[in-house]
Design a protein around this ligand. Structure first.
Ligand SMILES: [Zn+2]
Length: 485
């Protein structure tokens, strides 16, 4: 079967925030994506996989029964908002539970259709997203962890032995990590905002040193492009994926690392990158890639990203990526080295790659790479404060995000149009013999110094924002308001 599948069900539009229209995770996200894929004829000939509600038994593979029961007990709008005051960035309404059950059930059905070879690859266009939720902690717009639940169903109910989860959402997959990190049948690989712990959720588990089956590639700088992301895939994620030889690849497909999506703290990934990532993963597990929507909040950007992802899912031509001549960013160089050193203990492919890189250092009369120790971690005070706000049920439930100005919106749209205008649909390979590209990871004093200063600049934006809030009497942060605390 060579036809791809997709999940889309308008009942998931009913989950909305009844007390704040400004939330970024708005119901229309999935409709706008569905309309774009339809307009581009990217769903033509694909199987529309029916959505159903996940059963309690399936949800309980990742969450306690008490979570489902506590959500069932909420009746009024006040009940819902009060519940969210004890959660990190969450909104709920009377239709939220059903939408969350549909998102998890739709993801399970997409996964099953792929595993049973009734379709080749699938894209589950679902919401609410899932990758921050774990245990009894719905948070970060996420209620049930759709991808973690689907992974658990795949190993526990379908008997799969090797599942790979790839998460390229801007934010860390903290929920997925805590749901699967002790399960030896599941490997989680993720690139995510970290900023040495100064970025949410301010936990050291999101660093490259994370124990368990995690391949964490922490991002300590804003402005990384697809060129940087693809280097991380070629040097780390793809070799590990090949060695792991997964029977299923679930992709937590959040598009908030795309150019401009997160305002001043954005990464700068161009949409075709996502299509190439899916296409590269498809080479490792042909027909067994199931992408599941997570974040992505700027419509002109996430529609483009979703269209490119669907092209990757379908094996259609993608715009050529021209980054061969661009140098790899020094912060990414250091992060890749750090990850390689940490992961070389567990993965033979990484051990071999690391040895080749260290040999290249010696041949160039440069010292071998050694990670900076102790690692930098700025999140301790932030996490402690956030935990206090949550414990006192003082979390903000409205107006989390500053709204974009018209000028800012126009500038991002222009930047997106600029690369879209240069699309050339070619069957050109992303890069030939990438594993031989050792030079781009050359580690010397200049690269080390540049990595330090660029990382510090980005990290300071997050750190200073928290310090300003803590030292104020009326400041606001995503998590809370000083005046109410
Ligand atoms: Zn996100």
């Amino acid at each position: 079967m060579s036809v791809a599948g997709f999940v889309y069900d308008e009942r998931m539009l009913k989950h909305r925030c009844p007390y704040d229209d400004s939330v970024a995770e708005s119901p229309n996200r999935i409709k706008i994506i569905y309309d774009r894929l339809t307009a581009d004829e990217l769903l033509n000939g694909c199987i529309h996989i029916p959505t159903r509600m996940a059963t309690d038994e399936e949800i309980e593979l990742c969450h306690p029964k008490e979570l489902i029961e506590s959500l069932q007990q909420l009746r009024t709008q006040t009940d819902h908002e009060e519940h969210c005051k004890g959660r990190d960035l969450l909104y709920l309404c009377s239709d939220s539970l059903e939408a969350a059950q549909l998102a998890a059930g739709g993801t399970i059905e997409a996964m099953k259709t792929v595993v049973n070879e009734k379709c080749a690859n699938a894209f589950a266009i679902v919401r609410p997203p899932g990758h921050h939720s774990h245990g009894n902690l719905p948070q970060g717009y996420c209620i049930f962890n759709n991808v973690a639940i689907a992974a658990k169903v795949a190993v526990d109910k379908l008997g799969l032995q090797r599942v790979l989860i790839v998460d390229f959402d801007f934010h860390p997959p903290n929920g997925t990590y805590y749901s699967v990190h002790n399960d030896s049948r599941i490997v989680l690989a993720s690139l995510h905002n970290y900023m040495h712990g100064a970025a949410w959720p301010h936990t050291e588990d999101m660093d490259y040193t994370a124990p368990g089956n995690a391949v964490h590639i922490p991002l300590n700088r804003v402005g990384f492009t697809g060129r940087d992301y693809l280097a991380a895939f070629h040097h780390i994620i793809l070799p590990i994926a090949k060695e792991w030889n997964p029977q299923l690849i679930l992709v937590s497909a959040g598009f908030d690392s795309a150019l401009g999506d997160m305002g001043a703290v954005s990464q700068a990934v161009e949409a075709p990158t996502y299509g190439h990532i899916v296409s590269l993963l498809n080479k490792i597990a042909p027909g067994k890639v199931c992408a599941v929507l997570e974040g992505g909040y700027f419509p002109p950007s996430y529609t483009e990203c979703a269209a490119m992802t669907m092209r990757g899912i379908r094996g259609q031509p993608l715009p050529a990526v021209r980054f061969q001549d661009k140098p790899l960013n020094p912060v990414m160089v250091e992060t890749i080295w750090n990850c390689l050193v940490h992961l070389s203990v567990k993965w033979d492919c990484i051990k071999g790659h690391l040895e080749a890189l260290q040999e290249a250092q010696r041949r160039a009369s440069l010292p071998e790479f050694v990670p900076r120790t102790p690692t930098i971690f700025l999140g301790k005070e932030m996490r402690a404060h956030f935990d206090q706000v949550i414990a006192r049920k003082k979390c903000r439930t409205r107006e989390w995000m500053p709204q974009r100005s018209a000028e800012e919106t126009a500038a991002i749209v222009a930047a997106i149009n600029q690369y879209v205008d240069q699309y050339e649909y070619k069957t050109e390979k992303v890069i030939e013999k990438y594993e031989e590209r050792l030079d781009e990871l050359r580690w010397c004093q200049v690269v080390s110094s540049e990595a330090f200063i660029q990382s510090a600049q980005s990290t300071l934006m997050f750190y200073q924002r928290f310090k300003t809030y803590i030292n104020s009497t009326d400041g606001k942060l995503l998590i809370g308001d000083r005046e109410n605390f």
